[in-house]
Design a protein. Structure first.
Length: 249
């Protein structure tokens, strides 16, 4: 049911093509990864576009590609989304205890910061405009790895319990794999070719935004599901020490 809801959300934001790509990858990431699986994925994408989207979709994509500018890339909606969460939604989150609320809020702030800073730096630099498909794929793979390394390091330094970091890491693993598979699919498809790689990069940012939203939406339930391992732990919230109540049992 979660997958169906997720696909509906993707459809509302990015249309039928975006939903179809995500649906294909949700199936493929459950299979053993190999070269022939990747080839099948690429071919399925091309067949779908050719058979169901036809010339209207192609014309639409050409029009979109022509309208996308470098400013659209640097000022992509993903950054507005991150700021919205940081300044409006995160401060209002309430979990089962004060300790979990404070820790979870801190986790999300650092998590989103990792994405914003690394993506912003890469896009502002602008090297992607002269890259070939393999270079774009490699660059985004490096960015994803760097994002994870940066936010996990900062979380540890901020005093977020390791059990929270590891629990969320395990929960996010499938999401990260989904992002990687979708990016690889976009980079290996001629469907996204455009001047200066603007359509390709813009589409990748749309994918990251959609999957990021799904990750954050499910993170609260994951944090609340941690039982016992947080009991008695304390967190320094700007000089104020907050402690998780110990179990009564």
């Amino acid at each position: 049911m979660n997958e169906i809801k997720y696909l509906i959300d993707v459809f509302k934001q990015y249309g039928f093509l975006g939903m179809s790509l995500v649906a294909i990858c949700l199936i493929l990431i459950t299979m053993i990864k190999s070269e022939w699986i990747k080839k099948i994925y690429n071919r399925l994408t091309e067949i779908f576009v050719e058979r169901f989207m036809k010339e209207k979709t192609k014309d639409t994509m050409v029009t979109i590609a022509q309208r996308i500018t470098e400013s659209d890339i640097v000022n992509h909606d993903i950054f507005n989304y991150i700021d919205l969460w940081k300044y409006s939604r995160i401060p209002t989150i309430q979990l089962s205890t004060e300790y979990r609320t404070i820790v979870f809020r801190k986790y999300l702030v650092i998590f989103l910061k990792g994405y914003k800073e690394n993506l912003k730096s890469f896009l502002t630099d602008g090297d992607y405009k002269d890259m070939d498909n393999a270079q774009i794929w490699k660059s985004f793979l490096e960015i994803i790895n760097r994002i994870i390394f940066d936010y996990e390091r900062e979380m540890f330094e901020a005093g977020i319990p390791n059990v929270v970091i590891e629990k969320m890491k395990a929960k996010n693993n499938d999401t990260i794999n989904l992002i990687i598979d979708l990016i690889e699919g976009i980079c290996s498809s001629n469907f996204y070719e455009s001047e200066k790689n603007l359509l390709k990069v813009y589409s990748i940012l749309n994918i990251i935004l959609s999957v990021l939203d799904n990750t954050i939406s499910n993170a609260e339930a994951t944090c609340n599901s941690i039982n016992g391992q947080l009991a008695g732990l304390s967190f320094n919230d700007g000089g104020r020490i907050v402690t998780e109540p110990k179990s009564k049992h």
